[in-house]
Ligand binder design. Structure first.
Ligand SMILES: [Zn+2]
Length: 238
């Protein structure tokens, strides 16, 4: 049977003499994997439209197993992003996490749109030559992705006792699932400190679109505090 997908190519690796396996995240089928046959032959036309970080209309013929990719038409190439080494490193780091967090064949329109918006935001910054934004896009994307997948980071009330958070002295507990008040912090050994502005940044991520993250101005200390909390949360949940 033939399946048509609007898909973002995540990754590819060579198999056999001329074939390649592609992983992609599609609007219709979620994360899927399929084989592109003969794609490494010199005259193969399919190769360029199956590069990682490409939005394409992909046709897969499948009766059983992985099936094979019969055609791919590029919709968006993210050319500026692909020419920028820093952007590539960032996006592959995001893809690595995405791949770990997202299961196969579990379509979710919201996840697809997040991934697309993330790539478009990096592409826009790459065009403008603004590399400082890549890291904030990646962290914002991951926080929103976690939320979409049901691993929401609690940022509004103490995740342990439910009390409103004090303006200072807040902790972060990955085990409990988010931000934690001072009194609960003393009871939990694994709590790390988090700066108030880092909590505000997490709230901004959750409430706003990825494109708007380019307007967030954070000190290095606040940004690092947010990163530490998210990295800790990922270590705990992955
Ligand atoms: Zn508490």
């Amino acid at each position: 049977m033939e399946y048509k997908y609007t898909a973002i190519i995540l990754n590819k690796w060579d198999v056999g003499e001329t074939d390649r396996i592609c992983t992609m995240y599609s609007l219709e089928g979620g994360k899927i994997k399929s084989v592109a046959k003969g794609v490494r032959k010199p005259q193969a036309k399919l190769a360029s439209s199956l590069e990682s970080i490409t939005l394409a209309d992909v046709t897969v013929f499948r009766s059983r197993g992985l099936g094979k990719i019969t055609s791919s038409i590029v919709e968006k190439n993210f050319t500026a992003l692909k020419k920028d080494g820093e952007a590539l490193l960032e996006v592959f780091a995001a893809f690595h996490l995405f791949d770990k967090l997202v299961d196969f064949e579990n379509p979710d329109q919201n996840v697809f749109l997040l991934l697309q918006e993330y790539l478009e935001s990096v592409e826009k910054s790459a065009k403008e030559g603004d590399q400082r934004k890549y890291l904030i896009f990646r962290y914002g994307f991951i926080v929103k992705l976690l939320d979409s997948l049901g691993y929401a980071i609690g940022v509004d009330l103490c995740v342990s006792c439910g009390c409103p958070l004090p303006p200072e002295k807040i902790g972060f507990s990955s085990q409990q699932g988010g931000v934690i008040c001072g009194s609960c912090s003393t009871l939990n050994k694994e709590v790390i400190l988090i700066r108030v502005n880092a909590v505000k940044m997490l709230r901004l991520f959750l409430k706003n679109n990825i494109q708007t993250f380019s307007k967030i101005h954070a000190s290095d200390e606040d940004f690092d505090s947010m990163r530490m909390a998210v990295d800790d949360f990922l270590r705990w949940n992955l």
